[in-house]
Design a protein. Structure first.
Length: 342
């Protein structure tokens, strides 16, 4: 092997190592100045690092390249959000129709979907998702990017006029039970309602739609890094305000609460760490299959999530494609403590 080949092999290994160090730092610490880097899934950068170390081994037989390849593989298994479902091996997904009992106990079924409404034409951009939602017979539905008349339309299809709903700006909450009260802020599209269940128990439900994510991936431009940093900071503030309102208007965290919607932030993003102490991510705890929700045809980001407080135990969760949205919907089944009868 020529000296040039050896130097090239070592160079590729070193670049792969430096990329690994930088990637682990960014995804573990989530510094705002590198938000443009972490907005993409970790396996994108891991794939590039694996490519470098694999080329170094296959063509150049560089020493340590196999070790670097193994380090990347372990990092992706531990760090990739998509790998979390490996811990849920053996769990069953929710199935269409009425939610099945879990170990003989009734479950609460929650669904969230960004409906991608066309506000100028007062219509759905990709078609009416009512039938797709109704196929799962959910008890509670969180809707984003939707008009008030469309929220009512979905409620009628799901429950034949016997359910209840609230619409606020471009969000909506639909349920088969009674909504007792609503908290709304005209300056924010997030909404919060109190649902009264048949057994007298109350559930607080928060439906969020955080600021649309920055999309400039021209990382060679300084403006892209600035835009992503600013964009994330706004979503952090939005979620912080929503949490503050929840705590002010309820006995949180003692109040049973479902918290979900379109966060416009990958599940690994630091934005979600605000909820980590008080909530459980339903998909991370009980999800099966590919969990990314955007974009529908080739989903690489899990930005639509359903969280729950300790009063709920996620037992089944999956992501479902609908041709009537550019997002995939999330369906989650929960055991309740104490149990809420459907």
């Amino acid at each position: 092997m020529s000296s040039f080949s050896r130097r090239l092999g070592w160079t590729l290994v070193v670049i792969s190592l430096l990329l690994h160090i930088f990637t682990v730092y960014c995804y573990s610490r989530q510094p705002d100045r590198f938000a443009a880097f972490t907005v993409m899934p970790i396996w994108l950068w891991g794939g590039f690092g694996l490519l470098l170390s694999s080329v170094a081994f296959y063509f150049l037989r560089a020493s340590l390249s196999l070790i670097m390849t193994g380090v990347w593989a372990i990092t992706l298994l531990v760090g990739a959000d998509e790998a979390r479902v490996l811990a849920n091996f053996g769990k069953s997904p929710p199935l269409p129709g009425q939610a099945e009992l879990y170990e003989g106990k009734p479950v609460l079924r929650v669904l969230t979907l960004n409906c991608a409404a066309n506000f100028e034409k007062n219509s759905f951009t990709y078609g009416d998702p009512s039938i797709d939602i109704a196929a799962w017979q959910p008890d509670i539905v969180l809707l984003q990017d939707i008009l008030p008349n469309q929220v009512r339309q979905i409620a009628d299809v799901l429950y034949g006029g016997r359910g209840d709903y609230r619409a606020h700006l471009t969000n909506g909450i639909v349920t088969r039970w009674k909504i007792q009260q609503e908290v709304r802020d005209p300056t924010r599209r997030d909404e919060q309602v109190t649902i009264l269940c048949p057994n007298g128990e109350k559930i607080e439900v928060v439906n969020v739609h955080l600021l649309t994510a920055a999309t400039d991936l021209r990382l060679w431009h300084k403006s892209a890094w600035t835009d992503h940093r600013t964009n994330r900071a706004i979503r952090m503030r939005e979620l912080s305000v929503t949490r503050a309102v929840l705590k002010k208007t309820t006995n949180f965290p003692e109040t049973p609460t479902i918290f979900g919607g379109d966060f416009n932030s990958p599940a690994s993003d630091i934005v979600h760490r605000q909820l980590g102490r008080d909530f459980v991510d339903a998909f991370a705890a009980a999800g099966t299959g590919w969990g990314d929700t955007f974009q529908r045809r080739f989903p690489i980001l899990r930005i639509d999530l359903i969280y729950a407080t300790r009063h709920f135990v996620p037992v089944r969760c999956r992501v479902v494609a609908s041709k009537n949205s550019d997002h995939r919907m999330v369906v989650a089944d929960f055991l309740t403590v104490p149990a809420v009868s459907p």
